[in-house]
Write a protein that binds this ligand. Sequence first.
Ligand SMILES: [Zn+2]
Length: 455
Amino acid sequence: MKKIIIVLLVFFAHNSFSQNIDSIIINKFFSEALSNNLAYDNLRYLCKNIGGRICGSTQSEYAVSWIKNLLDKLNLDTVFLQELMVRNWIRGDKEYAYISSQKFGKIEVNISSLGGSIGTGSNGLFGKVIEVKSYEELFEYDKDYITDKIIFFNQHLNPTYLNTFRAYGEVAKFRVAGAMNAAKLGATGVIIRSLTLSNDYYPHTGIMSYNDSIKKIPAVCISTNDADTLSTLLKLDKELKFYFRTNCYEGEEKTSYNVIGEIRGNKYPDKIILIGAHLDSWDTGEGAHDDGAGIVQCMEVLRLFKTLNISPNHTIRFCAFMDEEVAQRGGKKYAEIAKQKNEIHIAAIEADAGGTTPFGFSINADDIVFDKIKKWSDIFFQYNLFLIVKGGGGVDISFLKELNVPLIGLITDSQRYFDYHHSPNDRFENVHKRELQLGSASIAMLVYLIDKYDL
Ligand SMILES: [Zn+2]
C-alpha cells in the first residue's frame, strides 16, 4: 500500500511539474509572439516588396529566394530547396468588360480571368447572356438556345452557414467546371459571380479547369456588385449583350521550388512534425491572407523554438509549398519525395485559412489521434482555441494522407476571409497584427505538445 502511495505521489508530482513546465513554455510562445512584430514585418515585406506571386511568375521566384534567405538567417539545422515543374499561366493585360443595352447604354464592369482560362483574343467576346443559378437550370435549356451565348453563373454563397468555407465549397464547382459544362451546350464564354459573401467591386479569381474532349471557352469572374447589376438589367432587358476581352494564356512550364527548413530532433531526428503553408498566391492581390499569413506564421514557429531555446525531440520541418493555387504541384512533389525516402511524419499541420483570429484545429486522423489532441483542449482553451474538430487539414498536406499521416489545419475566424480571398482586396493592410501573431503561437503550442507527448 505504502509503495502504491509513493508511486502515486511521484506520478502526481511529475505530472503537475510537467504541466507547469508546459504552461510556462506555452505562455512564453504567446508572450514572445505578441510582443514581437517579426511575422507581421515579414508579411509586409512579402506583400509590398514581392506582391502577388502566382507560380511561374518572376514574383514567385523572388519569393523563393526571399524565404530561403530568411530561413538561412534562422540558424536552422537544414535549409534546402525541393525542385518541381509548375504551370505558367499568364494573365496578360488588364481585362476589360461592359454590359451593352439598348435601354441602359454601356456600363463598364469589373471582371478578372479565372486562372487557367484561355483568353478571348484581341477582339474580345460579345454576346447575349443567359443567367443560371445551377447546373440543373443550365441543362434544362436546349443546345440550340445556348449556342453562341455567354452563360452567367450567378449563384450566391449561402449566408446562413457559420463557417464561410462551407458556403464557398458549395459554389466553387461553378468556377471550376462552369466553362466545361457551358461549352458542352455550345456557349462561347462564361461569367461567374465572385465567390464571396461581401458586396464589393472586386473580382475574386481562382482556378478553373478544362477537359480536353470539350471545347475550351474563356471564363471570367465578375464582382458581386456588378453581378447584381447584370442580373437586374437582364430582367429588364433580355436582349442586352456582354462584352469582355481577356489576354491570358498558358506559357511554357517552369522550374520552381518548395522551400524547406528544419530544426533537427534531438531524440528522434527521423520523425518529422511538418508545418506548412503555400508560398504562391493569386496575382491580382498581394496574397496577404492567402497565404502569406500562413507562411510567416509557420516561419515564426521555427523562430519561437529557436529564440526560446527549445530543442525538440522530433524534427520540426517547415515547408513553404509552391503552387497550391494552380495545380498543387508543390504538395504533390513533397508527398512523392516523402514516400520515396520512406520518411516518417508523425503529423502535418497547415495554415491556409487566413491570418484572422485562430479558433482551433481541424483534424483529419483516426479516432485515437483525434482523442489525444482533444485531451489537450483545456490547454488550448486557455488561449481561446475552442474548436478541436474533425475535418480537413489543408490542400498542400492532403497528399500525405496516403502515407497515413495525421493532418491538422489551423482554424481561424472565417467571417471576413472571403472578403479578401483571391481578389485585389487581399492586401497587407487587411491583416491584423495581433490576430496574425496569435496564429503563430497557436501552431507553436500544438507542435510543442505533439513533440513532447507524441500522437
Ligand atoms: Zn490558400
